[in-house]
Design a protein around this ligand. Structure first.
Ligand code: GDD
Ligand code: MG
Length: 359
């Protein structure tokens, strides 16, 4: 029986204000909390038991996912009072695992959308007889990630988390946030204190000559840590660019959830999702965006690559491009917000008050 640990305890700082009341994995992408996609993909790969390592806003997960039976899985929740970091969280979560010492345990960062073949990762782990196998991907700018150069046989040569100095950037291969650990390796992580798997555990294992094996994979991969990436991931899920069994509908240009209203003459494009009870008026164009439950997009508004929070309103003719509107905010008519502007929850912006902003 394959088990997995999902790391969902981060604060989601870069996604604020969406993550003020909702932990990042519970923010909806393509109509369901993002975590539902990860669970569905794990289940499709044959995972039967998932341990959710929670910390920040931990109380939100269980009421939605329960014991996991509605998602075809057994779910266990292990909560850290104080965040223990990625390694500390894995160690703490391992108290709920039933795998034997040499069995493989999957570990996933909770904010990654990927087309990775999980079964293949397990197979490669077994073949390499590795202590830990890491999913790696190539990115244009690796500086915000863990750098993982490998030898010709896939053996990991080093692990450098978020390199500062230019000479540290020796590869474009990065840690993609999915691992297979031999169970007994998890048991060597110190318990009860914060540990970073990236800064402490992996470098320590390498120094001790453990076998860390890298699997470079070219399938779809996105870290949803920033709003633009989150919105992109949702749109890609809706359009079927990347597949998730948890999307509530067939792939298409848009997804309208039950209870939403879209007026004749409104246009929905580019993988837009319109949440339950939301309303899009005539003449509005919403492209590649996430409109959360109960939000209103008024006549002639144009919304692109943006996230409109629960119960928020976007006034007539207002233009949003690459913007996050917090829950219950009210953006008046004839405003223009662009380039990463974020409006805090419950903010009211009068008519024609903002022409352009990158707050
Ligand atoms: N339970 C728990 N406790 N979870 C945590 C904690 C903690 O103290 N800290 C972080 N997490 C979870 C986050 O919720 C997230 O799912 C995951 O661990 C990774 O944390 P991020 O904060 O998203 O890290 P990152 O994106 O800067 O970097 C990580 O991911 C990159 C790939 O996206 C690292 O693993 C990098 O090496 C990697 O390249
Ligand atoms: Mg991340």
């Amino acid at each position: 029986m394959t088990e997995a640990v999902l790391l969902v305890g981060g604060k989601g700082t870069r996604l604020r204000p969406l993550t003020i009341n909702t932990p990042k994995p519970m923010v909806p992408a393509a109509g369901v909390p993002f975590l539902a996609h990860q669970l569905a993909r794990a289940r499709a790969a044959g995972v039967k038991h998932v341990v959710l390592a929670t910390s920040y806003l931990a109380e939100v997960f269980e009421p939605y996912f329960g014991d996991g039976s509605a998602h075809g899985l057994r779910l266990t929740y292990v909560h850290e009072e104080e965040p223990l970091g990625t390694g500390g969280a894995i160690r703490q979560a391992s108290i709920a695992l039933t795998s034997g010492p040499t069995e493989p345990v999957l570990v996933f960062n909770g904010d990654i959308l990927t087309g990775l073949d999980i079964g293949d990762l397990l197979l490669r782990h077994e073949r390499a007889q590795a202590d830990v196998t890491l999913h790696l991907t190539r990115v244009a700018d690796p500086r915000a990630f863990g750098l993982v150069p490998t030898g010709p046989d896939g053996r990991v040569l080093a692990f450098t988390e978020k390199p500062r100095r230019p000479e540290e950037i020796v590869t474009d291969q990065i840690n993609a946030g999915a691992y297979v650990f031999r169970r007994e390796v998890i048991d060597t992580i110190p318990q009860g204190r914060p540990v970073s798997v990236e800064r402490e555990t992996f470098p320590g294992l390498l120094a001790a000559r453990a076998v860390l094996h890298g699997v470079v994979d070219a399938s779809y991969w996105l870290d949803l840590g920033r709003p633009a990436a989150f919105v992109q991931a949702s749109a890609d899920l809706v359009r079927g660019v990347v597949h998730s069994p948890a999307v509530p509908g067939d792939p298409g240009e848009f997804l309208v959830l039950p209870g939403a209203r879209v007026a004749d003459g409104a246009r929905l494009l580019g993988g837009t999702v319109v949440g339950a009870g939301a309303y899009v008026a005539a003449g509005a164009v919403v492209e590649g965006s996430v409109v959360l439950d109960g939000a209103r997009i008024e006549e002639g508004a144009r919304v692109r690559a943006s996230m409109v929070g629960t119960g928020a309103r976007v006034g007539p003719r207002t233009l949003l491009d690459d913007v996050v509107i917090g829950d219950r905010s009210d953006i008046g008519a004839d405003n223009e917000l662009r380039e990463g502007a974020r409006v805090w929850c419950g903010t009211a912006i009068p008519d024609a008050a903002i022409r352009f902003s990158a707050v």
